[in-house]
Each structure stands twice: as structure tokens, then as C-alpha cells.
Design a protein around this ligand. Structure first.
Ligand SMILES: CC(C)(COP(=O)(O)OP(=O)(O)OC[C@H]1O[C@@H](n2cnc3c(N)ncnc32)[C@H](O)[C@@H]1OP(=O)(O)O)[C@@H](O)C(=O)NCCC(=O)NCCSC(=O)C[C@](C)(O)C(=O)O
Ligand SMILES: [Mg+2]
Length: 362
């Protein structure tokens, strides 16, 4: 198998296309809010949502009826052309590469709104060749349309093969911005026996040991605690490692039980703690949850700043509240402090909250 040389990796794939980025900017993207541009009620709400959510995503793939595919594509063009997105990013999810719609999605969107589109989400990515295909065609379309900044690619992991190839997918192009989990298609492809869109399952659990009777046998009638487990832990952890290795960003994905805002928050927080930078919002109610969960808490920032102040040049070990802090815990604290600074730049309420935290002298 032949590979590109390192220097060729950052050359445009078409004459006249913008130069690929060497670093993927760490733009806040706590919630990627999905809307169906063919749904007039939903579409009408989008201009007013600018500034309330980090990413607005016009969805063209699943959840858009086959009869509405063209209307969704054209609706997205209209909304994008008519809206000033300010600090809010505009993304789209195109149809899958084996669908009859994807070519028209790309050849319509790039010339019409390519300058406004930050990221194109590609569903059902199986292998690096899928990314290479989109990479080349984007370069050709960008060159033809005179687009000045490269449109980035985000892959959804929603097949077993995609998960198996995750590292190669992340490294397939300098356009790769990140990955999201697609738990519904992934569950189907893996033949998991679930019927949900993300989240846990009451049957996937660990049960406390049974007390033993005098005969030494388990008491099966005893009440025992059960702990529901996270079906997505393995995949998220694998995504996080692949993304961190390649300098791109991992995201959770959809949580379909819209009314269960508590379980949604838990699932999002698990992903945040494991290293994800954001998640999807399918309904306006999920934006607030995502913004809260994917912004470091006041307690975390207060603690992190204390550690930064106590650690001086960043080496050695100190005790704070009975716990050892050293070079490595300092680095964790800096992850939180730097994230808070990035978010404060675009979120004035959050900036006020973080500014109000008393910070010890360095
Ligand atoms: C769940 C649904 C059907 C409930 O829709 P609803 O109308 O029943 O909800 P509602 O609570 O009655 O809505 C209240 C108001 O909010 C509006 N609204 C509602 N949602 C939105 C929205 N997203 N953006 C903007 N506005 C929205 C809605 O139009 C309504 O407006 P109104 O007050 O004027 O009547 C609806 O929210 C929806 O269609 N959301 C998007 C679903 C979607 O994009 N699914 C695809 C992503 S998940 C996926 O593909 C899987 C994956 C990764 O591929 C894999 O795991 O394999
Ligand atoms: Mg899917």
C-alpha cells in the first residue's frame, strides 16, 4: 500500500483549493443542535437560536423524510444565505455516501454556502477511503467556487467497521475535525439487542452479591442493589483515544429520550468526564443541558486555580485539602482552566460566573 509523504499531506487536493489547516481550531462546540431545514416550524426558529448554541447543524440525512431531501437541502441554503451566524458555527450532516442524494448535497452546498459552512458531518463512515472521497471532492468544489477556507470533516461512528478503523479514519485527512458516536445505527450494525437512540438499558447491569444463608447458599429473595452500566463506555473511550492521538475532537451524540432530561444529563456528563468536548442536541431542551455539562463547574475551576497557584513552576508535589497534587494533576487542572477561558470568550454569562470565583495569589 502506498502512502502520501508527510509534506503532501498538507497540500490541497485540487489546484486552487485552500491550503489544509495544520491544527484544528478548538472552537467551543458543547452542543451541536440538529434541525431539519425542510421543517418550516423548526427552520423558522433557527435565526433566533444564533448565539444561544455553539453549533447549528442543518441535517439532511436520517430523520429527514425521503420526499423532503431536496427541500431540506434547499432550505439549508436559504437559511445559511439569509442568516448572520456571528460566533455560532454552521455545520451540516450530508446523506450517507451510498445514498442517491449525497452527490447533490455536496455539489449544491459547497458553491452556495461553502464560505459559511464550518464542518460537514459524514454519516456511517466505515474506513479511511470514505474520508479520502469526501476530501478530494471538497477540494475540487472549493477550488471551483473560490472558497477561501477549507471545510472540515466530522465522521460519525455508527458501524462496527467504522469503530474497528477509528484510528485510521481520524488520521485520513487534515480536514478531520472530530468524531461523534452514532449509537442507534451502531447498535443495529453490531446486532446489539436494544431499541433506543443512545443512553443505557435496564437489562445491562451488575447486581450486588446475594447474602448467604446458614446453608451457605445465596438468598435469592433478598433485596439487592443493581447498578445499570453504560453501554457506550467502550466505544466512547476508544473514540477519545483516537481523537486525542490525532489532535481532533470527540463528541457523544444523540440522546433520544428527550423527556428524560436527567438521564440525558448523566449520559452527557459521562462523555464530558471521559474527554468529549460536546454532544448533540435534538430538541431545544437539550441545549441548556449540554451547555451546562460541557462547561467546567465553578467548583472545578476554583479547585483548578488553587492547584495552579500552589504549584509554582509546575513541578514537585504539594498537599491541598489532604490530597497530593503534582505535575500531572496540574496538567489536568490546566485542561479545565484553558477550556473555561475558551468558553468565556463566547459566553458572557459563563465569563461572569468564572470571573466571580475568588482566585488565590500565584
Ligand atoms: C424529536 C422531535 C421529533 C420532537 O419534535 P416535537 O415537535 O414533537 O417536539 P415539541 O416539544 O412539541 O417541539 C416544541 C417546539 O420546538 C420546535 N422544535 C423541536 N425540535 C426542534 C429542533 N431540533 N430545533 C428547533 N426547533 C425545534 C418544534 O417545532 C416546536 O415548535 P412550535 O412551538 O412552534 O410548535 C424533534 O425535536 C426533532 O425532529 N428533532 C431532531 C431529530 C433529529 O435530527 N434526529 C436525527 C439525529 S439522531 C440520529 O440520526 C441517530 C444517529 C446518530 O444517526 C445514530 O445513532 O445512528
Ligand atoms: Mg445514524
Amino acid at each position: 500500500m502506498s502512502h502520501k509523504s508527510a509534506k503532501d499531506f498538507f497540500r490541497p487536493l485540487a489546484v486552487g483549493a485552500p491550503a489544509p489547516l495544520r491544527e484544528i481550531p478548538a472552537r467551543p462546540s458543547r452542543a451541536i443542535h440538529f434541525f431539519d431545514p425542510s421543517n418550516e416550524k423548526m427552520a423558522a426558529k433557527i435565526p433566533d437560536m444564533v448565539g444561544t448554541v455553539d453549533v447549528l447543524l442543518g441535517n439532511l440525512e436520517d430523520a429527514v423524510k425521503a420526499d423532503n431531501k431536496v427541500a431540506a437541502r434547499e432550505g439549508l441554503v436559504r437559511i445559511a444565505q439569509a442568516t448572520d451566524f456571528g460566533p455560532t458555527q454552521l455545520w451540516t450532516r450530508i446523506n450517507s455516501l451510498d445514498s442517491p442524494w449525497v452527490l447533490d448535497d455536496l455539489t449544491t452546498l459547497v458553491p452556495a454556502i461553502g464560505e459559511k459552512l464550518d464542518v460537514i458531518m459524514v454519516p456511517k463512515v466505515q474506513e479511511p477511503a470514505d474520508i479520502h472521497y469526501v476530501d478530494r471532492i471538497l477540494a475540487q468544489l472549493e477550488a471551483k467556487a473560490g472558497i477561501t477556507k477549507p471545510i472540515l470533516i466530522h465522521a460519525i461512528l455508527e458501524t462496527a467497521r467504522g469503530v474497528a478503523n477509528v484510528e485510521e479514519i481520524c488520521g485520513a485527512s487534515p480536514r478531520m475535525q472530530g468524531l461523534s458516536l452514532g449509537p442507534a445505527d451502531l447498535a443495529a450494525d453490531r446486532k446489539m439487542k436494544t431499541t433506543r437512540v443512545g443512553g443505557g438499558h435496564p437489562g445491562y447491569l451488575v447486581r450486588e452479591d446475594a447474602p448467604r444463608g446458614e446453608d451457605g447458599l445465596p438468598d435469592l429473595d433478598a433485596k439487592r442493589a443493581i447498578f445499570q452500566q453504560d453501554l457506550w463506555h467502550y466505544t466512547i473511550a476508544k473514540m477519545v483515544d483516537a481523537c486525542a492521538t490525532h489532535g481532533i475532537y470527540p463528541y457523544y451524540g444523540p440522546f433520544g429520550d428527550i423527556k428524560d432530561t436527567v438521564a440525558c444529563e448523566d449520559q452527557f456528563r459521562n462523555a464530558f468526564l471521559l474527554g468529549c468536548v460536546g454532544t448533540w442536541s435534538l430538541h431545544p431542551v437539550q441545549i441548556k443541558i449540554a451547555n451546562r455539562v460541557f462547561s467546567p463547574s465553578v467548583e472545578d475551576i476554583a479547585h483548578a486555580r488553587r492547584v495552579v497557584a500552589a504549584m509554582g513552576d509546575g513541578t514537585g508535589a504539594v498537599m491541598i485539602d489532604g490530597k497530593m497534587e503534582d505535575d500531572a494533576s496540574l496538567k489536568q487542572c490546566l485542561v479545565l482552566v484553558e477550556l473555561a477561558e475558551k468558553l468565556a470568550e463566547i459566553d458572557p454569562d459563563l465569563k461572569a460566573t468564572y470571573d466571580a470565583i475568588e482566585t488565590p495569589e500565584a
